[in-house]
Design a protein around this ligand. Structure first.
Ligand code: SF4
Ligand code: SF4
Length: 461
């Protein structure tokens, strides 16, 4: 085969026809060592996905990502938009971790952890096999469309129910299980917005798992498209041992191993099981999600023809060429150092995170006033964010003994996990003011314990 012919598979997508039409992938059901383990891991992760919204630490959920109210809870700890820097570090750590992980293990995340693959391969496709049969039957049914309509309808009903379930659960991560329970147990009119959200989520999941499928991984997912820059020749992944496999050709059981042919008998079962429709024998490809289906398929063939397993296996491109096992590379060391550094900064940010945050600003549009006793007063707004789990009654103590604080309403109270605002006057004798602008520091005291410091400016004339 000419070099250009070998590379011709790169000129087109296996799921797109010459007219730009979609070529539907009918994947053969994989069976074997890796499939069993992936099914186990998938069920475990699905279980975690379904029970997590019900887990609470005290009164708070384990996780909540309420983007609507800008309220985020991670492991029962409430974070506010004011903790944005912590989220920034967590996001950075996540991305560096993904880059590091990909440099070492390739797309193992896609095959084993990604919710798209988990639900597609371990839930929706399995249901499809149960209801419609294996890939040949599905293909025949779609071509002839006779007498199988009820199976398709049944499949879509089951898909819709599961999508609705996933849609509800996904929404509970955003609004919390209590709000979702309220929606379920009350008339829709009581919470139309949430209901619309659940319907949109469910429709989206139904669309993704019924129609979009592998296109989500091969065309939509940005992580998939970044593989070219994230992976190296040392990166582990699902690879075909072309040294052992080529030249490929038909051989039969017990044929002498002295044959000039390689171990690949060109049965194409590895292609038939591939959910993205590619031929792994062409080499590492962007469409490969490392789902391991082709490893199991090829191992089954190898055991049937009495050849060693692992013609397709987890290995690196260099591993195939040199037969050496994976070793640490400078790139991995550099990524790891950045990751450790970011984790340390995050740990410091979490440890030094304050229970309460306070912001004091002069009430807009107000000027310094002279009292009847000749003292000068400024009017301020104080905003308090209580991130702790206790209600706080606060006293505002200025660092100048001659400065007097008068809270409008007398009490400075902020309940746990709430934001409150108050207005207060600050009064200073004129003879203590040396300049028109003076910095004042306040201590926020609760039960004689200093819990925060905040500063502002006092103006006079
Ligand atoms: S399953 Fe194995 S033997 Fe069959 S075509 Fe694929 S690589 Fe070759
Ligand atoms: S090539 Fe193999 S590992 Fe990659 S997506 Fe296809 S079946 Fe899965």
């Amino acid at each position: 085969m000419k070099e250009t012919d070998k590379e011709s598979f790169r000129d087109s997508l296996t799921t797109v026809g010459s007219q730009g039409n979609r070529l539907w992938v009918y994947a053969k059901e994989p069976k074997g060592f890796f499939t069993n383990r992936r099914t186990f891991v998938s069920l475990l992760l699905i279980l975690v996905f379904f029970i997590t919204p019900f887990i609470k630490i005290g009164t708070k959920p384990l996780f909540l990502f309420n983007i609507f109210e800008r309220k985020f809870i991670v492991f029962g700890v409430l974070f506010w938009p004011q903790d944005f820097h912590i989220f920034l570090f967590i996001t950075l750590i996540f991305f560096v971790f993904i880059v590091l992980f990909t440099a070492v293990f390739g797309r193992i995340f896609c095959g084993w952890i990604c919710p798209q693959t988990i639900f597609m391969e371990s839930v929706f496709r399995k249901i499809e096999y149960w209801i419609e049969g294996d890939f040949h039957t599905q293909q025949k049914n779609d071509q002839h469309k006779d007498g199988i309509a009820y199976k398709k309808i049944l499949k879509y009903i089951v898909f819709a129910i599961i999508s609705f379930l996933i849609g509800n659960l996904a929404m509970s991560y955003l609004v919390g299980i209590d709000k979702l329970s309220f929606l379920i147990t009350h008339p829709i009119a009581a919470n139309k917005g949430l209901f619309v959200g659940v319907v949109i989520f469910s429709a989206l999941f139904f669309f993704v798992f019924t129609w979009l499928r592998e296109q989500a991984c091969t065309i939509v997912c940005p992580y998939g498209r970044l593989q070219g820059v994230l992976q190296t020749n040392e990166t582990l992944g699902v690879v075909y041992d072309f040294i052992r496999g080529e030249p490929r050709g038909k051989i039969s059981k017990n044929m002498p191993t002295t044959t000039t042919l390689g171990d690949c008998i060109d049965c194409k079962i590895c292609v038939q099981v591939c959910p993205t429709g590619i031929d792994i024998r062409n080499g590492s490809q962007l469409e490969c999600t490392n789902c391991t289906a082709c490893i199991d398929a090829c191992d089954t063939v190898m055991s049937q023809i009495n050849r060693p397993l692992g013609l397709i296996r987890y290995d690196s491109a260099n591993g195939i060429l040199t037969k050496k096992t994976w070793s640490l590379t400078p790139r991995v060391v550099a990524y790891s150092a950045v990751l450790v550094g970011l984790c340390m900064v995050l740990a410091y940010s979490l440890v030094s995170r304050k229970e309460i945050e306070a912001y004091i600003k002069r009430v807009p549009g107000t000027l310094a006033q002279t009292n009847t006793n000749g003292n000068i007063t400024n009017l301020y707004n104080i905003q308090l964010i209580n991130k702790s789990s206790r209600n706080l009654k606060l006293v505002l103590v200025p660092n100048k003994s001659y400065a007097k604080v008068k809270i409008v309403g007398d009490l400075l109270m902020v309940n746990h996990e709430e934001i409150t605002e108050a207005v207060f006057f600050l009064e200073i004798p004129r003879d203590k003011l040396k300049e028109n602008k003076q910095e004042i520091m306040f201590k926020l005291m609760s039960d004689n314990e200093e819990i925060a410091q905040v500063k502002t400016n006092f103006f006079s004339f």
